[in-house]
Ligand binder design. Structure first.
Ligand code: BG6
Ligand code: MG
Length: 211
């Protein structure tokens, strides 16, 4: 039925969503902004400066553009420390099998991540060459929830959006897939990922033939 599957990276292929959480939590604590798991759901899939703005909107003081740049750099330095020791063992259960199943079924495979660290993470996991196309923050103007990143991936793969299945763990990411006119598989909880066409608890439950 589908001609391509476009995967998100952080939180779908590997648990970097947890590393982003830890790095943002430390940053939020340092500016005395309240931060918990529920608020973190709003940050998932949102690019670095966008996430920082959401955190600083809850902080007691205001920040200049220079302050913001420094804070974003600080968060990224911490995040890069956390991902520096990743290996292929850090693929989430089921992620590699999903990539293999999609390939075996003859579909194209894309990656849509707004992370500027996406290629580093793919290389640490040893899976860069498993994707026919990778679209990251450097390629698009509008991050998730805008549909641009998934539409760009589909265009690069030469597949119509309605023939694409997108896989996402973030509310913003599912919105991006749906507004691109694609079928959305959410990875996580149905209460959070309400716009997804199907929700699976983890990639271990991904079955291409079910969609
Ligand atoms: C997304 C993550 O993939 O990338 C977000 O879900 C993260 O949590 C965003 O903020 C930007 O990542 P980076 O690596 O460019 O700071
Ligand atoms: Mg994600």
């Amino acid at each position: 039925r589908f001609k391509a599957v476009i995967f998100d990276l952080d939180g779908v292929i590997t648990d970097t969503a947890h590393y982003h959480y830890l790095a943002w939590k430390r940053l939020a604590d340092s500016v005395e902004a309240p931060f918990d798991e529920a608020f973190n759901e709003q940050l998932k899939g949102v690019d670095r400066m966008g996430s920082l703005e959401l955190i600083l909107a809850r902080a007691p003081r205001t920040y200049t553009p220079e302050d913001k740049r420094a804070l974003a750099d600080k968060k990224n330095a911490h995040y890069q420390e956390l991902i520096a020791t990743m290996t292929p063992d850090d693929l989430l259960p089921g992620a590699l099998r999903a990539l293999e199943d999609v390939r075996a079924a003859g579909l194209k495979i894309g990656l849509a991540s707004v992370s500027r660290n996406a290629f580093t993470v793919l290389d640490r996991l040893g899976i860069r060459d498993r994707f026919d196309d990778v679209v990251d923050a450097a390629t698009v103007v509008n991050g998730k929830p805008d549909p641009e990143i998934f539409l760009t991936a589909a265009a690069h793969l030469g597949v119509d959006p309605q023939d694409c299945l997108g896989v996402e763990d973030a509310v913003a990411g599912v919105a991006s897939i749906k507004d691109a006119g694609m079928f959305a598989v959410g990875v996580g909880s149905p209460e959070v990922l309400q716009r997804a066409d199907r929700v699976i608890p983890s990639m271990a439950a991904f079955r291409l033939e079910d969609y």
